[in-house]
Design a protein. Structure first.
Length: 564
């Protein structure tokens, strides 16, 4: 039974442990370091794993890229990095950096090997895989459609000099047939626009997606026209390039600043979103036409954009669609482990649930509560039926932090570490926005819903499974019952469809809420303070409770209530 450790030591560092073709444990380093989007070698995760598992006898220790860019942790510095010159300076800078990059890559490889050997991994077991191969492998092997041919597309900001690839998954193997260089990156374009709007690139791109529906059509069209002229398809439509006379994307800040000066901020968000949806739909259509394959699997950070995924799913050419959940760089280790196991042993087990992190006993929670230095006063009581008690609180209009079982992996809270509420109560929405999350007012919330009741709210004619909050759908008239759990302007919904098999306690909560209200969905947002990672430990949970407007925390079988 093979044992594999896979490591992403780049942006949003993460790691996982696989045994016998099944992922047993996975976690992002930020959950332990408490630094949002923590990068670098995930030493804290590996320390935690070594306390529970002997990793000295792993069969493979796999890094998920050949080259990791130098990190930039300074906010102003990261924004300045996108304010680079035009086409001439871009070409000169690329040429100048090429030699330095090759030198750094060689030094970096030695350093990465040293990190692994320091924790007892023999050099012979250390391997390096291509960044986009890992993305593609996560989508292909994670879906598990091994009896069919699958069109596998990856798209992100950049990784190992590429931003996109087209592959065919067939007979348990992947064959790449096209790729796009990072200088033509749509993902990097999103980072550039994010910086241009004064937000944090590589972090706040989702805010532009949330803002986009508010933009007027004429403003959207003006921005989209500029972007349409900037790119052109190549390779029979399987790839694309920046059109002649325009600077490469990493050096296009001045170009877009000048082209869009005095255009409104919502125009920029709406135009970029509209362009991306149409452009990537054309790419998918081109690839289907070229290959004849209508089952499509997607991975890479650009496909964190649920509105793009919605449009692709709606294409008549697409018969079936799978988007790997939380498909940014944090899930690269899934692809690395899947690919390595398939190469060594044959088929792995496809992805199921994402509850792959740590869990805590009632005794551990009680000890943590007694030792935590609270500023406020709290009462704590043991509950016989925590799901029933919390459902009562939701019906009363309370906002409740929900900390149960194993921590979910990835960017989206899936009922392991969530803040939940009745989505019909507007005062609840305001409370979460203003007193707990400090969210931008235009950002929508998501919804968790019973799998038996999802068809009442979602327009999903292809019956695409949606357990991971990685897809968006139009909604029915009945979706007024979950008003706060969808986008208030375009009335789309990014759902988590909950099954009892994957999360029994959360399912029981939703069922208890349904029995009281007749409504199958609740509002679900991540359990964290603005700017911090999702809560991982009981101490993290108490920190959020004590420094926000939250009054209730359901943590395992304990209910904690603020009393002053």
């Amino acid at each position: 039974m093979s044992k594999i450790l896979a490591i992403n030591d780049g942006h949003n560092a993460s790691s996982l442990y696989m045994e016998g073709g099944e992922v047993r444990f996975a976690l992002q380093e930020e959950r332990l370091s408490r630094i949002k989007n923590q990068d670098g070698f995930p030493a804290l995760f590996l320390q935690h794993l070594r306390e529970h598992t002997d990793i000295s006898d792993v069969d493979a220790f796999v890094f998920t890229s050949h080259y990791v860019p130098k990190p930039n942790h300074d906010r102003d510095g990261r924004i300045r990095a996108y304010k680079r010159g035009g086409i001439v300076s871009g070409v000169k800078e690329i040429a100048k950096q090429l030699g330095a990059k090759n030198i750094r890559a060689a030094l970096l490889k030695k350093s990465r090997i040293a990190h692994a050997t320091a924790i007892g991994i023999p050099p012979a077991k250390i391997a390096f895989l291509d960044h986009h191969l890992c993305h593609a492998a996560s989508a292909y092997y994670g879906w598990g459609k091994f009896d069919d041919s699958v069109l596998v597309l990856t798209n992100d900001g950049a990784g190992d000099d590429l931003c996109a690839t087209v592959s065919i998954g067939r007979a348990e193997k992947l064959e790449r047939i096209a790729s796009v260089h990072m200088n033509h990156s749509v993902g990097e374009l999103w980072a550039l626009f994010t910086a241009m709007m004064g937000m944090m690139p590589l972090e706040h791109e989702y805010k532009l997606m949330g803002l986009a529906p508010y933009a007027p059509p004429d403003g959207v069209a003006r921005v989209k026209k500029i972007l349409d002229e900037y790119f052109a398809f190549t390779l029979n439509g399987l790839g694309w390039e920046v059109t002649p006379g325009h600077p490469p994307v990493p050096y296009a800040y001045n170009y877009f600043r000048d082209a869009m000066e005095f255009m409104r901020f919502d125009w920029l968000a709406g135009g970029l979103q509209s362009f991306t949806e149409e452009f990537l739909c054309r790419w998918v259509t081109n690839a289907i036409k070229e290959t004849g394959i209508r089952k499509v699997a997607l991975a890479g950070g650009v496909f964190m954009n649920v509105k793009v995924n919605k449009r692709i799913n709606e294409l008549a050419e697409v018969d079936e669609l799978f988007v790997f959940p939380s498909c940014g760089d944090e899930t690269l280790p899934f692809g690395a482990a899947y690919y390595t196991h398939a190469t060594m042993n044959g088929l792995n087990k496809p992805l199921s649930h994402l509850y792959l992190g740590a869990f805590f006993t009632d005794d551990e929670v009680k000890t943590a509560f007694e030792n935590y230095p609270f500023k406020n006063k709290y009462a704590i009581r043991k509950c016989e039926k925590i799901s029933e008690d919390v459902a009562d609180l939701l019906v009363q209009g309370q906002v409740v932090a929900w900390f149960q079982g194993r921590e979910e992996f990835g960017a989206r809270a899936l009922g392991g570490r969530s803040i939940i509420a009745d989505p019909t109560k507007q005062k609840v929405i305001n409370e979460i926005n203003e007193m707990i999350k400090s969210r931008d007012f235009w950002m929508p919330f998501a919804s968790s819903m019973l799998e038996e009741g999802a068809s009442r709210y979602l327009v999903n004619p292809k019956e695409v499974p949606s357990p991971y909050m990685i897809m968006a759908f139009d909604t029915t008239e009945a979706a007024t019952e979950i008003e706060g759990g969808m986008h208030p302007y375009d009335r789309t919904c990014r759902p988590q469809i909950v099954s009892r098999e994957w999360n029994r306690k959360y399912y029981d909560l939703l069922m208890a809420f349904f029995n009281r209200t007749g409504r199958s969905g609740i509002l679900n947002t991540s359990f964290n303070l603005h700017g911090l990672p999702i809560a991982s430990s009981p101490e993290d949970a108490f920190l959020v409770l004590d420094n926000s407007g939250l009054d209730f925390l359901a943590i395992e079988n304990w209910l904690v209530e603020k009393i002053s």
